[in-house]
Design a binder for this molecule. Structure first.
Ligand SMILES: Cc1cc2nc3c(=O)[nH]c(=O)nc-3n(C[C@H](O)[C@H](O)[C@H](O)COP(=O)(O)OP(=O)(O)OC[C@H]3O[C@@H](n4cnc5c(N)ncnc54)[C@H](O)[C@@H]3O)c2cc1C
Length: 566
């Protein structure tokens, strides 16, 4: 039987990042991926080879922000493996029905100048708003880059600027309480408190809703950070598509001796005497792991489908019930439309410039419109009466992704995983038939055409993927692109459950990584890096704790000396 130190189930970007750190630490690693290509929700593929050959589509993730808050790119030196990021500027364009538009540049100052053309007060507010959320990001990023309960590791991540942000936020009692209140409130309440104009509020509400909950949901105001991050650390895309990040990780993994096998669906995690010892794939073949098995898939599927309940019933009798009943997925998923175009969409009523399309385009008419485009998904309704959407024309920034002079269009539309009233029909009985998904796509494109009328005549071909198909492709529970909801009650040391929050499980040698672990979904590599650190620590606990304590003391001294001006 083939034997490795570590076997990783799933070669999503977090599985690959995790593998890279473990290989660097001297472990032998095998990654088993169910799809024909690695990358999970981070692939770029030629989706329409017959009707639109040569057009490359990011099937899921496109805009990268969080990864720039982590040390992954530098520590793994991914530029040496061909990865080049193209920065976006402008970062966002959102036309409003009243004729104004929110055009956000990388620079906050330039953005404020653009806002001032239609609302002077909002322009002033915007600078303060971004500064506030930028501080929050600075104060909490050290938490993201460590296992959520590894206090020394977390403290070790705090540098002078993070301390300044933290003190700036929590320096006085009223300030501290205000931050707490901001974190507990909803994006809608927060935006109404700060701004007057729907031209700003609507796109910011939509960005917050990208976390998978309607803007009225309390505890989700942290979604406001999504806009602040477009200014700092900034938004960018890998040249050649998100696939380029995966290609660099694959090269690194293979150079370090790691093995990646595709079209290998893991069906069972093998447990012997309370310890994970290997996996079995769909062909019946077993692979042995001497030091651990890491799942880049969500906890619910691990404990409901991949591990026999008899293997953990004695040590964690409540666990199966808890993963099935306590972990929340609210039925919100995404319908994805990828188009091949003869020309980019033209927003003629908004003094169109192709440059406006460098970042993302948000179609959201008001905060209420965003609410109606998101909330109904929870109870199975398709919000296609008046669609809101997130659109990107990636070929404006990176023309290499389509044949000369041609373009691609990436459209994401909130949709339910299960359609109410259509139970038992369509794909996997979710209600999604080919006819339904295409009708919804028609409505989405019709709405887009009210802003960019050339879209229909420019269309060469399109590919529509329903939430059910997306879930099946990714192996993601209920088509949730973050593996589970990103609500406040399922974050930090509560993700995926308090007893599983440090990447370890009750089964010795079985670890979790990926979007369903701290700090959550999106392209960040953080769960992969944190999990690798936890695996390494669990093999040499004392040595690691000692060196961590040493480096914490060293960095604390450096911060103090820097603050004192030495
Ligand atoms: C439409 C869409 C758009 C998005 N846009 C953005 C964006 O613009 N920016 C951003 O930051 N994030 C975005 N995201 C979110 C982001 O892509 C994901 O949160 C992130 O890629 C998750 O990475 P991961 O490695 O944790 O998991 P995944 O990418 O889900 O990887 C899990 C891997 O495990 C494999 N697998 C599953 N089951 C098995 C099994 N039994 N055996 C073997 N392999 C298995 C899967 O095939 C997959 O490759 C988007 C997601 C979607 C769906």
């Amino acid at each position: 039987m083939e034997t490795y130190d570590i076997i990783i189930i799933g070669a999503g970007h977090n599985g690959l990042v995790c593998a890279a750190y473990l290989l660097k630490a001297g472990y032998t690693v095998l990654l088993l991926e169910k799809r024909p290509v690695p990358g999970g929700a981070a692939t770029t593929e030629e989706l329409l080879p017959e009707t639109a050959p040569g057009f490359q589509f990011n099937r899921c993730a496109i805009d990268h922000e969080f990864i720039h808050l982590s040390p992954v790119l530098e520590e793994l030196e991914l530029h040496r493996y061909g990865l080049k990021y193209l920065p976006c500027d402008p970062v966002l364009f959102s036309p409003h029905p009243n004729g104004t538009a929110f055009l956000a540049h990388r620079s906050v100052e330039e953005t404020c100048q653009a806002i001032a053309q239609y609302n002077k007060r909002d322009a002033q507010q915007y600078a303060q708003f971004i500064q506030h959320w930028d501080r929050i990001a600075g104060a909490i990023t050290p938490l993201f880059n460590a296992p959520p309960m590894a206090i020394l590791d977390i403290l070790n991540n705090y540098e002078g600027e993070n301390w300044q942000d933290l003190l700036g936020l929590l320096g006085t009692k009223p300030k501290a309480l205000d931050v707490v209140r901001n974190l507990l409130t909803s994006p809608t309440d927060l935006l109404n408190e700060w701004f007057d104009s729907e031209t700003i509020k609507a796109p910011l509400a939509r960005l917050a809703a990208e976390m998978g909950a309607p803007p009225s949901q309390k505890g989700m105001a942290v979604g406001a950070m999504m806009m602040a991050m477009r200014h700092s650390p900034g938004m960018s895309r890998p040249q050649g598509g998100t696939r380029a990040l995966i290609a660099a990780l694959v090269k690194l993994v293979q150079e370090k001796g790691g093995k990646i096998l595709t079209e290998q669906t893991v069906e069972k995690i093998l447990v012997d005497d309370g310890k994970a010892v290997g996996v079995q794939v769909q062909t019946g073949q077993d692979y042995q792991a001497n030091k651990g098995v890491i799942a880049n898939v969500d906890a619910r599927r691990v404990f409901s489908q991949l591990v026999d309940s008899g293997d953990f019933a004695a040590i964690a009798p409540q666990l199966r019930d808890r993963v099935e009943r306590r972990i929340v997925n609210n039925n919100n998923s995404l319908l994805k439309i990828d188009c091949a175009l003869n020309e980019p969409p033209r927003f003629d009523a908004y003094h169109h410039q192709d440059d406006y399309l460098v970042g993302s385009v948000i179609i959201a008419d008001s905060v209420a419109h965003v609410e109606k485009s998101c909330a109904p998904c929870a109870y199975g309704e398709i919000p296609d009466h008046n669609p809101s959407m997130y659109v990107v024309c990636p070929t404006i920034l990176d023309p290499s992704m389509a044949p000369d002079g041609k373009h691609t269009l990436w459209i994401e539309f909130f949709a339910p995983y299960r359609v109410a009233g259509h139970e038992g029909l369509g794909f996997k009985g979710t209600g999604w038939t080919d006819d339904l998904k295409n009708r919804v796509a028609d409505r989405v494109l019709e709405k887009l055409a009210t802003y960019a009328p050339n879209i229909k005549r420019s269309l060469i071909a399109r590919h529509v993927e329903s939430p059910a198909e997306l879930g099946e492709r990714l192996g993601a529970y209920h088509g949730n692109c973050y593996h589970m909801d990103m609500s406040l009650d399922q974050m930090l040391f509560l993700r995926p459950l308090p007893e599983l929050a440090d990447y370890k499980t009750p089964i010795q040698g079985l670890f979790l990584t990926g979007a369903g672990t701290h700090p959550g979904g999106s392209i960040s590599g953080m769960p992969g890096r944190n999990c690798a650190r936890m695996v390494i620590h669990s093999q040499h606990p004392l040595v690691e704790r000692f060196s961590e304590a040493q480096s914490y003391v060293r960095s604390l001294l450096q911060s103090v000396l820097k603050t004192l001006g030495y």
